[in-house]
Design a protein around this ligand. Structure first.
Ligand SMILES: *Cc1c(COP(=O)(O)O)cnc(C)c1O
Length: 499
């Protein structure tokens, strides 16, 4: 038979490799990378939080043809220094309070390198990195008040962690083998959450095949908490109409205002109605590390599944989140997928099997657990909890001091680490105020004062200061507060409001 495979020009004994040709040269470069980047982090405070990416950089990055010839590691690194590093959104900075992004930590920067140095594959396998992830999950379960027997997995972010939680809920609550049958039979399954629920839930029900119509959006009260009585009525109505109520999703810190639902009330309702209770704690769950804040989260420990981010209020660099599932068997049942090429015996590299592949949709997974493990060991939960508590104290004090500045108001109770505020000069219409606050927000960003973000509350544009920042000092808030009167005048002029 003729060999129809294409001929090769690289021989089997060519011994090509991507390891450095000169290890000592590479070592020097690496030491320089570490030094440069530690210097950079040390001096961060002296820079503006955000520098817009110049058009020339956009061109340089966007028009560079596919590199065929080697440029060399040093030269690639120099391009990173010139073209990439200076132009971040600024979330490493002490005056970054937008969305809910944190800084990352220098130790975690190095942990990421160490994790990559092991290039560990976290489907499971018989190696120490698996033990590290299992231990991090166990520690986090302790923080959240979950039983030692609960299961969990680290995920890329809150979105994925929440989706995993709801996938377990769907399988556990469907009443038939939804993994085998899909959703082609049986009544519509419904999911209950407040109107303030983050948009992950929409993506989630779409991906799980439930469809957006399965979301029952429940109104909130004046504290932006889900109306538990209204949720109960909706569940009962839906059941009477022949639907299958599946799951209640509570918020431990909403994205808009940081409000925490009445988690006890929701847990009672879920128990009473026989529904799964999932909590999106992407923002707020980590507050459990502060003994003084933990009481705000009462009821969180009763959830069937709980998702939370560590790249927000855990201060770790992207990506890392966690989902805990109270019933380990149900977690497993939702994902276990045996295959002939992944059989584990009791011995060898695959001993113990693929624990994590059986707890989520991913097979190949990185060693994100290492940065959490090292951070928890190095700092301890008391210190991390204190930094979290400091952020809440900062948010509260910022709100108090802001409300003493003429023409500024707080727009929602500051229940955690989010302050929603806006300028409302007397005599201006709500529409003029929207335009003014849009201008003010961007003015503060562009002039390097601070990065805040925005949202809409009661149909009005509000500026949002969200604190998950271990570098913010009180002086940083003072700088923002002191800049506001001047920034307001400039923004009035720019937005066409007569001063
Ligand atoms: C950020 C956030 C999410 C999504 O988490 P990612 O880590 O961005 O995927 C979900 N819920 C809330 C309340 C959030 O703040």
């Amino acid at each position: 038979m003729t060999d129809k495979r294409p001929p090769l020009f690289i021989q089997a004994d060519a011994d090509l490799t991507l390891d450095p040709a000169d290890w000592e040269e590479f070592r020097k470069l690496c030491h320089q990378m570490v030094d440069d980047n530690i210097d950079y982090l040390k001096a961060l405070r002296d820079e503006a939080p955000w520098t817009p990416t110049p058009a020339i950089i956009e061109e340089q990055i966007g028009n560079e043809p596919l590199p065929e010839q080697p440029q060399g590691a040093r030269s690639a690194y120099e391009d990173f220094l010139k073209q990439v590093r200076p132009y971040s959104v600024g979330n490493r900075h002490p005056r970054f309070w937008g969305w809910m992004k944190s800084n990352g930590t220098p130790l975690a920067m190095m942990s990421e390198m160490l994790a990559a140095s092991m290039n560990a594959h976290l489907a499971g396998f018989n190696h120490a990195p698996k033990l590290v992830e299992l231990q991090v999950i166990k520690w986090l379960a302790t923080v959240m008040g979950f039983p030692a027997t609960s299961s969990g997995i680290l995920a890329s972010g809150g979105t994925m962690a929440n989706i995993i939680g709801l996938a377990v809920a769907r399988h556990a609550q469907a009443g038939f083998d939804v993994r085998a049958e899909g959703l082609f039979s049986g009544p519509r399954m419904t999911v209950y959450a407040s109107v303030e629920m983050h948009s992950w839930l929409k993506k989630c029900v779409e991906l799980l095949g439930l469809g957006r119509a399965s979301i029952r959006s429940i109104p909130v009260d004046s504290a932006w908490q889900a109306d538990v009585a209204a949720m109960r009525r909706q569940i009962e109505e839906d059941r009477a109409a022949g639907l299958l109520p599946l799951c209640i999703v509570g918020s431990a810190g909403t994205i808009n205002t940081g409000s925490i639902d009445d988690l006890q009330g929701l847990a009672d309702l879920a128990e009473d109605q026989g529904l799964w209770f999932h909590i999106d704690g992407a923002i707020g769950s980590m507050a459990a590390m502060s003994p003084n804040l933990k009481p705000l989260l009462k009821g969180m420990e009763r959830a069937d599944s709980l998702a939370f981010d560590l790249h927000k209020w855990g201060f770790l660099p992207y990506e890392i989140a966690c989902v805990l599932v109270r019933d380990a068997d149900k977690h497993h049942a939702a994902f276990e997928t045996p295959s002939p090429y992944l059989q584990s015996g009791g011995r060898g590299v695959l001993a113990g099997g693929l624990v994590f592949a059986n707890r989520g949709p991913e097979l190949s997974r990185n060693f994100k657990a290492l940065k959490a493990w090292m951070s928890l060991k190095a700092e301890g939960t008391i210190k991390i909890g204190a930094v979290i508590e400091q952020n809440v104290a900062q948010a509260r004090r910022f709100a108090t001091e802001l409300s003493t500045i003429p023409e500024f108001v707080i727009e929602a109770p500051v229940s955690l680490n989010v302050v929603c505020w806006r300028a409302n000069p007397p005599g201006s219409t709500p529409e003029q105020q929207d335009a003014l606050n849009r201008e003010l927000l961007v003015h503060l960003q562009e002039t390097g004062v601070a990065i805040c973000s925005s949202t809409v509350l009661h149909d009005r544009f509000v500026i949002r200061l969200a604190v998950a920042n271990h570098r913010s000092r009180w002086e940083d808030y003072k700088l923002l507060l002191a800049s506001l009167p001047g920034a307001l005048q400039k923004s009035k002029a720019a937005s066409g409001l007569s001063v």
